[in-house]
Design a protein around this ligand. Structure first.
Ligand code: PFF
Length: 455
């Protein structure tokens, strides 16, 4: 195999370390950090959720990022190709496709949320800073099926224009400039939020672990969120790994990506959770708000700021850009999987994805309105897609990666791949997590997810 891998040839896409770290960070930082993380932390125990999340990130997150990237770099293939590089039988095919299919199921409901972001941006642009902050504004909006569908379509159309127009580089470049602006703005809003009267209770709730708030769902949700936020267990990092050269220090870059991604998530938590306490009296119902939390709480913060309209516009522009770059990379991975593995043209692959997008995305968008009566295991479509991918499919996909490494590739080959350019200081830790903890925990997570749904 060695010869083949050395010749990786035309795939060497990232210019170097910085390009690679920025690309992974660009994919990692998105709605997951700003919209999803705060609502899960609020719902599943605050500080205890944060603690579990961080522990998982430095253990499983680390193992999976390292494994997926190393295998991608070793095989120079995206997930389907990488799995079949090691074997052509059904289990390998299924393992590869499981990883590859997940982005296709995420991008439609991701776009529903993207549509909500555009709606809010437009509202701020038309000066509705006080209206948006009124109680019931958000629930009335998502219950209005025409509106929800319209803004979803606008977001989806933007994604397709970018994909088909191939202006991906322009957007990536733009997002690289925007990312620092987003960080600065998030810091300002977070400082403003945590200094509101009553907010300190929220800061405590979010940062101090309280074991009374612990439940199995804390672990299930934290693990799903870790996959989602770091873009692991969905084939992305195989693909990205296949684009990098042998001299990139995988251990160092992995650490940087984890710190950056978690940092943004914590900032978003500090913007939103203390504000729940300051503006809604920390009432438990608001903490349970779920997907709507960001859209209910932040407008109240903006409405109380003297410069609320400007802050609202800037914030939603930046979130929109972060969401677009992530959605584009999800879509791009799906399209290129079809092109590589089934030898489809870009047009045909994009067409199929457009259908998937419209069907599943509309179901998600309308699930709060006309389709509200449809419940799958008690969940509406958006929650169901989110749950299926994050709590069921991603643990399975992660399991397939663990088995691939343990049973087929072998720890030594992974170590050799990593050691070409890194010290691999956490080698023992990697081995221990991979062999013992990861599979056991993944199975427990999977079973408790299933039990949760059936129970
Ligand atoms: N990690 C992204 C987020 O947290 O929003 C979601 C994501 C985007 C996953 C792009 C994968 C991906 F390729």
């Amino acid at each position: 195999h060695d010869k083949k891998t050395k010749q990786g040839g035309h795939r060497g896409r990232f210019s170097g370390k910085i390009g690679y770290v920025l690309a992974v960070a660009g994919s990692a930082v998105g709605l997951g950090n700003i919209w999803r993380f705060p609502y899960l932390a609020a719902k599943y125990g605050g500080g205890i959720f944060l603690l579990v999340y961080i522990l998982l990130t430095v253990s499983f997150g680390y193992v999976l990022i390292m494994s997926e990237t190393a295998i991608g770099r070793m095989t120079k293939k995206s997930p389907v190709g990488a799995f079949s590089f090691f074997g052509k039988t059904a289990p390998f095919k299924i393992g590869g496709w499981l990883n590859a299919v997940i982005p296709m199921l995420i991008v439609p409901y991701y776009s529903t949320i993207g549509g909500w972001v555009i709606k809010y941006l437009v509202a701020y642009l038309s000066g509705k800073v006080q209206v948006v902050a009124e109680d019931g504004y958000f629930s009335a909006f998502i219950a209005d099926s025409w509106q929800a569908e319209l803004w979803f379509i606008v977001f989806a159309a933007l994604v397709f224009i970018i994909i088909l127009g191939g202006v991906k580089n322009g957007v990536e470049l733009m997002s690289r400039i925007m990312m620092p602006v987003l960080v600065v703005l998030a810091i300002i809003v977070a400082i403003y939020s945590v200094t509101r009267p009553g907010a300190i209770e929220g800061v405590k709730y979010f940062l101090i672990p309280n074991f009374e708030h612990f439940s199995w769902m804390t672990v299930v949700a934290a693990m799903g969120q870790m996959f989602y936020s770091l873009s692991i267990a969905m084939g992305i990092l195989y693909t990205y790994g296949s684009y990098i050269s042998k001299d990139i220090d995988l251990e160092q870059t992995t650490t940087q990506i984890e710190i950056f991604d978690t940092g943004i998530a914590i900032l978003a938590g500090l913007m939103i959770i203390p504000a729940v306490f300051a503006f809604s009296g920390g009432n438990p119902e608001t903490l349970q708000a779920g997907p709507s939390l960001m859209f209910i709480t932040l407008p109240k913060v903006f409405a109380s700021m003297g410069i609320g309209t400007g802050a609202g516009i800037l914030f939603f522009v930046l979130v929109l850009l972060a969401a677009l770059t992530s959605a584009v990379s999800l879509m791009e991975t799906s399209v290129s999987t079809f092109m590589d593995e089934l030898h489809w043209s870009r047009g045909k692959a994009s067409f199929l994805m457009a259908i998937v997008m419209i069907v599943f995305g509309s179901a998600s968008s309308l699930g709060y309105g006309v389709l509200d009566f449809i419940r799958i295991f008690g969940m509406n479509f958006l929650d169901f897609f989110d749950f299926m991918t994050n709590s069921v499919m991603m643990p399975l996909a992660a399991l397939t990666t663990c088995f691939l490494v343990i049973k087929v590739v072998g720890f030594d080959r992974i170590a050799k791949e990593i050691e070409q350019s890194s010290k691999f200081g956490r080698k023992k830790l990697y081995n221990f997590f991979l062999k013992y903890l990861a599979p056991i925990c993944l199975i427990v997570i999977l079973l408790s997810s299933i039990a949760n749904v059936l129970g």
